[in-house]
Design a protein around this ligand. Structure first.
Ligand SMILES: [Fe+2]
Length: 326
């Protein structure tokens, strides 16, 4: 059995306050469910969601600290058994900075994983479709799905991400990382693009990807992605972040693999936070066939040209870049 859902991620950062403020400006809220890093850390959640989503730990350099997944009791036992037998994987004690239950282990890359018993919070797309919100209705040629109702939304609406959807990280050995995810965590591949990137999900009903991994010289955090209601909320959220002085990461656009609309904002330590909506959902694993897509059709369908540093690995950054409000 596999892990069932992606629960949270943790970053080490030199300036916890700057990174926390970034996520709060992005729409998350600080939470005090646990004491992380002896008080030199922070936890962020999505509004109305009873689940830690981002954990920040004070660190000399920006680093991907760990990834955490939820599983059933049987799933956890299976993952533990496989982890104990897998080459390069080591069971470790819970790091002092992050007192989460369950098992902890590192892989051959040195990345750290936590798997614990737990169901996703109710709106998590990892187990059930998203919480019911008013569906997006659009009019088109010959199709009037919104009649006698104004389509444009309040320009001052507060954008509220509902859940952490996925995380993408770098790895120095894409094939080994794929084998680890498949053989230890039980994830399945949804799609890949040559020897550059692969997208993975838990089996049994999931977004197209909850984890993706990119070939690079070293491990590192690329981005975390949070679901908002509609393309309007992606636009409003990205616009508000630029007005607050954060740097445009890339957007607005529509991805090819996963199909989600996106807008990425650069965080103070060189990572990216993505607003997304309308990602592909795979309910029946037997009906979905993973493909290996050529690079020139796998990245995005439309959008501005990505900036040159979009796929750069900023792991190891030692300073925070503060926003300059406009
Ligand atoms: Fe993404």
């Amino acid at each position: 059995m596999a892990v069932r859902h992606f629960h949270h991620f943790a970053l080490g950062v030199p300036d916890v306050e700057a990174q926390k403020t970034f996520y709060e400006d992005f729409g998350l809220v600080g939470h005090t469910s646990r004491n992380v890093a002896n008080g030199n850390g922070a936890i962020l959640r999505c509004v109305g969601r009873d689940q830690d989503q981002v954990v920040l730990i004070e660190s000399r350099e920006r680093c991907l600290h760990h990834l955490s997944f939820g599983a059933t009791p049987e799933g956890l036992a299976d993952v533990k058994r496989r982890a104990e037998a897998y080459p390069g994987v080591q069971l470790i004690d819970s790091p002092n900075a992050t007192p989460y239950d369950g098992i902890w282990f590192s892989d051959a890359d040195g990345m750290i994983y936590n798997v614990h018993i737990g169901e996703p919070a109710p709106s998590n797309g990892g187990l059930v479709p998203h919480a019911s919100r008013a569906p997006f209705r659009a009019n088109g040629p010959g199709h009037y799905d919104r009649v006698n109702l104004k389509g444009s939304i309040d320009a001052n609406a507060k954008v509220v991400p509902h859940r952490l959807g996925h995380l993408i990280h770098f790895t120095p050995d894409l094939e080994a990382k794929l084998a680890f995810y498949r053989n230890v965590l039980g994830l399945v591949m949804s799609d890949r693009s040559e020897h550059l990137i692969a997208f993975l999900r838990p089996p049994g009903g999931s977004d197209h990807h909850v984890i993706a991994t990119i070939q690079d010289e070293k491990v590192g955090f690329h981005h975390a992605s949070f679901e908002v209601d509609t393309i309007d909320h992606i636009g409003l959220g990205g616009q508000a972040m630029l007005r607050k002085g954060y740097r445009n990461g890339w957007g607005v656009g529509r991805h090819a693999l996963g199909s989600n609309f996106f807008w990425y904002i650069r965080d103070p330590h060189g990572g990216l936070a993505e607003y997304f909506c309308d990602i592909d959902y795979i309910a029946d694993d037997a009906q979905w066939k993973a493909k290996n897509w050529p690079l020139d059709v796998s990245f995005y369908v439309w959008g501005p040209e990505p900036p040159p540093d979009f796929a750069q690995n900023f792991e190891g950054a030692t300073k925070a870049v503060k926003p300059v409000a406009r």
